[in-house]
Design a protein around this ligand. Structure first.
Ligand SMILES: [Zn+2]
Length: 148
């Protein structure tokens, strides 16, 4: 039995391993943080949030200082899918953000059918809306144009 956890993560209750939902690769024990089974890219935040002011002229540039902030990107080691991103102070361990009660999950799912993909509701009807400048953007496409 496999149970969906996040968009990219699921747990295999039989093996008690986390798995990548994109490539089905096993990631590591579900009794520990799933991040132990992922690749980590410790990013300099200035690469992500570029300085808005010249760093030669200004001490503060609206870009996070790498002495105060790191950006950790977590990737599946099998397929390279980015599974999580977090902002932490330098040296801070990755956040342990998901801790599952595996025994309770087994009990909850023992009589249920496996869910391979999350259910998606019906596509809502297309809304047309009027807004500030008095015409409708909702129904216009080249296919809607009638030639007279
Ligand atoms: Zn993967």
């Amino acid at each position: 039995m496999k149970v969906l956890i996040t968009e990219y993560l699921r747990i295999n209750l039989d093996s008690e391993l986390y798995e990548c939902r994109r490539c089905n690769g096993a990631l590591g024990s579900a009794r520990e943080t799933y991040k132990r089974g992922l690749l980590v890219y410790d990013r300099d935040p200035r690469e992500i949030h570029k300085p808005l002011l010249d760093p030669k002229l200004y001490e503060r540039t609206y870009s996070p200082h790498p002495d105060w902030c790191r950006i950790l990107e977590f990737y599946c080691p099998h397929c390279g899918t980015m599974m999580e991103v977090e902002y932490v102070p330098p040296g801070h361990p990755p956040l342990h953000d998901i801790e599952l009660d595996i025994d309770a999950l087994k009990e909850q799912w023992k009589d249920r059918e496996e869910v391979i993909e999350p259910p998606i509701g019906p596509v809502p009807p297309r809304r047309t809306h009027m807004h500030g400048h008095g015409h409708d953007h909702g129904a216009h496409s080249p296919a809607d144009t009638k030639k007279n």
